[in-house]
Design a protein around this ligand. Structure first.
Ligand code: S3P
Length: 440
């Protein structure tokens, strides 16, 4: 069923950012592997994360949802997971399925994995290739698409692996398998990606080595056989979800949007850097810390934006933010160019194709390139009036609805149900700010 976002003049208010999706997955997974009972607050209760919790429970961890983002997880200890009775269905979640494959690789268990149509079309060979080198066996067809079954091993071999793509999911799957391999596993990253696995594993008591030398890949190492201990942690706010609210504040013609408690981590802050390069003048105020991450409150108000060539070094740190960046580019004066972002082709949708189609459907000139896109900005006057095909991609849906708040005509999307995968409170938060979004 279609939903429509109508133009509004003012958007204002303060919103607490929802719990970070990447950290929430990892909290449930690492808590389930640790000895003792971990307590988490502010956990994101989106469908993707709930499915990771269900999977950990099916493998033997005791996972309790206490309500309001509070969770208690009692772990099974090192190598304590066992075969699940049923198929593990990861829904829409690349992160849940890929990280869990790394975890299961080091356990003597067999599990069948599946997901929704989008997840079953996404590449898994990038995970299967290194895990097979370590000792995983599987029933995947040559194209590596889900569904398939995997069988782990208690005698995994440590490897040194340089992922061909910049992917935190690949890095994390290899490190998590390495946690129960014989020897020290090393991942060499040419382009640094989000580092939540490294940071959070340390919080749970593991030693993780990180070596950085100028001009060299980052070398991340983990010794097999380490034990994790339970922790208590608040989950930091999600900079990727906050980006939608911040963009809404920037595009409003009058207003003042504040998003509180947002994780400020250099491996995630590319969107904010790019928005400031475009002229957004975002405010940032220190707001303490959570789970070892610095937090900030971000203030966003109306700004005249100009197009930029997004610096390629920012790409991994804003890999989930290109659809909303494209919306900012549509309102900017001049051309915005994105390059070096070929990974967008294999996200929840082909995000290069879906983003360009979203803009064109609303009267904005935009074109695809193999590794990015080019947008001709409308200097504040985006025609709107289009119906956007979301391709079951939550970030396309939210980006299009934000575009509708500031375009000259309403913007509709074909579906919003998948927004629940990452940001179940999105519509409620937008209503609090004064947006006019409704069914039909
Ligand atoms: C994530 C890694 C990224 C990102 C995804 C979350 C993670 O995927 O797009 O939303 O939590 O590790 P890739 O590893 O495919 O880049």
């Amino acid at each position: 069923m279609a939903w429509t976002s109508r133009p509004v003049k003012t958007l204002s208010g303060a919103i607490r950012a929802p719990g970070d999706k990447s950290c929430s997955h990892r909290a449930l997974i690492f808590g389930g592997l640790a000895e003792g009972t971990s307590r988490f607050s502010g956990l994101l209760e989106g469908d993707d994360v709930l499915r990771t919790g269900t999977a950990m429970a099916a493998l033997g961890a005791d996972v309790k949802r206490l309500g309001g983002g509070d969770w208690e997880v009692t772990g099974v200890g090192a190598r304590g997971l066992s075969s699940p009775a049923d198929v593990l269905d990861f829904g829409n979640s690349g992160t849940g399925s890929r990280l869990m494959m790394g975890v299961m690789a080091g356990h003597a268990l067999t599990a069948s994995l599946t997901g929704d149509k989008s997840l079953c079309s996404r590449p898994m060979n990038r995970i299967l290739t290194p895990l097979r080198q370590m000792g995983l066996t599987d029933t995947a067809a040559p194209d590596g698409r889900l569904p398939f079954a995997i069988t782990g091993s208690k005698t995994l071999k440590a490897i040194t692996y340089a992922p061909p793509q910049a992917s935190a999911q690949v890095k994390s799957a290899v490190l998590l398998a390495g946690l129960s391999a014989n020897g020290t596993t090393i991942v060499e990253e040419a382009k640094p990606t989000r580092d939540h696995t490294e940071r959070m594993l340390r919080g749970f008591g593991a030693e993780v080595g990180v070596e950085r030398a100028a001009g060299q890949p980052v070398r991340i190492s983990i010794r097999g056989g380490q034990r994790l201990h339970a922790i208590d942690a608040d989950i930091p706010g999600d900079p990727s979800s906050a980006a939608f609210l911040v963009a809404a504040g920037i595009l409003s013609s009058d207003g003042d949007v504040q998003v509180d408690g947002v994780m400020s981590n250099p491996t995630r802050s590319g969107f904010y850097d790019a928005a400031n390069l475009m002229g957004a003048h975002l405010g940032a105020e220190e707001a303490g810390d959570a789970a070892g991450e610095r937090l900030i409150n971000i203030a966003a108000g109306p700004a005249r934006l100009k197009g930029i060539h997004v610096p390629e070094h920012l790409v991994p740190a804003m890999i989930d933010e290109f659809p909303i960046l494209a919306v900012l580019a549509a309102f900017a004066e001049g051309e915005t160019i994105v390059t070096g972002a070929e990974e967008l082709r294999v996200k929840e949708s082909d995000r290069i194709g879906a983003t360009v189609a979203m803009l064109r459907a609303n009267g904005v000139e935009a074109e695809e390139t193999p590794d990015g896109f080019i947008v001709q900005g409308c200097a504040g006057k985006v025609p709107g009036g289009g119906l956007v095909e979301t391709h079951h991609d939550h970030r396309i849906a939210m980006s299009a609805l934000i575009m509708g708040t500031a375009a000259m005509n309403p913007v509709s999307v074909d579906d919003i149900s998948m927004i629940d995968t990452s940001y179940p409170d999105f519509l409620a938060h937008m209503a609090t700010l004064g947006a006019d979004i409704s069914e039909g």
